[in-house]
Unconditional design. Structure first.
Length: 377
């Protein structure tokens, strides 16, 4: 039996009454006594504090001392404009394989003398090996297990974090900077996984509990677990790796082509050169046979991942399937995401989800389900 790891905040979670569950090899809080529904709605109305220390944090340093060399090297693994990313900014990226499938999604930040990556917990060991295999000749790939990661999310996040560091109020969505919090040197990005304004804070592990306690002492900040994190990201229409994206889905099928900048596309200055480029570039031009879409059930019954989708109320074979689904507390209604043929991916298309042998009507809808609260200016 594999021993589960613990984040630096484990003792704090237990002291707060969290229900701990196995997740990506860690003991993680799925909820606190308030419950998932209240935690979700609190994040939408005030500020929720999440422990995301199970995520992988990696630094990529150019052996030449020139950051552009590291950026161009990383571009051989991702279909993203890394070389054009300004210092102090970050962007969303994807590791792709030779067939155009998605190995993982990640965040990439330009830290001036190095690139700072945050990758998914379940993929971090394979991502580290993938980076070392692809970049060892030109870069030093450094795992950062000594750092924890907190996320402060919600409309009150700015005011809360500004009580500890007033300058964070001037950050825009996707800005990244070094900030001192409770005496610790932190890497703070204005980003997150909830669709709300907020910050992700990389902090030395030894200082993580002290920072978390300082944030929780601020009026309006409450602890939030994995349960609400998942319902928040579903409302925001964001992909969960392993459910909505994996090696069987391409960025175009996943409706993530916005993450591939013009310079990396056909005709661009640095077109292609990443794994699966022939497949992905062709789909960018000609389209893909299927698409990830939002789904709004017409009944109150939640539709879960794995539910097959049909074009007709009776007869026929499944045309697609649900990859994420559940109840959306902000909407007081069920929502879902899934893959359907492109010809049936238009907003307003009526389909049927088969739940326990009964086909329930669903309508293709635009994503996200809730209006994002990001601070872009």
């Amino acid at each position: 039996m594999t021993t589960l790891k613990r984040t630096p905040l484990y003792d704090l979670h237990v002291s707060l009454g969290a229900r701990m569950v196995p997740f990506a090899g860690y003991e993680m809080p799925v909820q606190y006594p308030a419950g998932i529904m209240k935690e979700h709605l609190h994040t939408r109305s005030a500020a929720g504090l999440f422990d995301v220390s199970h995520m992988g944090q990696i630094a990529i340093r150019p052996r030449s001392g020139n950051l552009r060399d590291a950026a161009l090297a990383l571009e051989t693994l991702v279909p993203v404009d890394v070389a054009g990313l300004p210092e102090g900014r970050q962007r969303y990226g994807l590791f792709t394989d030779g067939s155009g499938g998605i190995l993982d999604d990640l965040m990439i930040a330009n830290r001036g003398d190095h690139l700072f990556l945050v990758v998914n917990a379940a993929c971090k060991e394979q991502d580290l090996a993938h980076l070392e295999a692809g970049l060892a000749a030109t870069c030093i790939v450094e795992n950062l297990p000594h750092r924890a990661l907190l996320a402060l999310q919600g409309p009150a996040a700015e005011a809360a974090l500004a009580t500890l560091a007033p300058d964070v109020a001037g950050m825009r969505f996707m800005d990244v900077r070094t900030v001192e919090l409770v005496g610790a040197g932190c890497i703070v990005s204005r980003s997150g996984y909830t669709g709300e304004d907020g910050y992700e804070i990389s902090v030395p592990a030894a200082d993580a509990a002290r920072l978390a306690q300082a944030l929780l002492a601020i009026d309006g900040v409450a602890p939030v677990g994995l349960g609400a994190r998942d319902s928040l990201r579903l409302e925001a229409g964001l992909c969960l790796h392993g459910n909505d994206i994996d090696t069987t889905t391409t960025p175009v099928e996943a409706s993530l082509e916005w993450a591939i900048q013009k310079i990396r596309r056909a005709g661009g200055e640095r077109a292609g050169g990443f794994p699966g480029a022939d497949v992905i570039l062709k789909q960018l031009c000609a389209g893909a046979a299927r698409r990830r879409v939002g789904l709004q059930p017409e009944t109150k019954a939640p539709i879960r991942a794995g539910t097959p989708l049909f074009a007709e109320e009776e007869g026929g074979e499944p045309i697609g399937g649900v990859t994420s689904g559940g109840f959306a507390p902000s909407l007081e209604a069920p929502v879902a995401m899934g893959y359907v043929p492109t010809k049936q991916a238009g907003v307003g298309t009526r389909l049927f989800a088969e739940v326990r042998g009964k086909r329930l009507p669903v309508v293709v809808t635009s994503l996200p389900f809730v209006t994002p609260g990001y601070k872009r200016r």
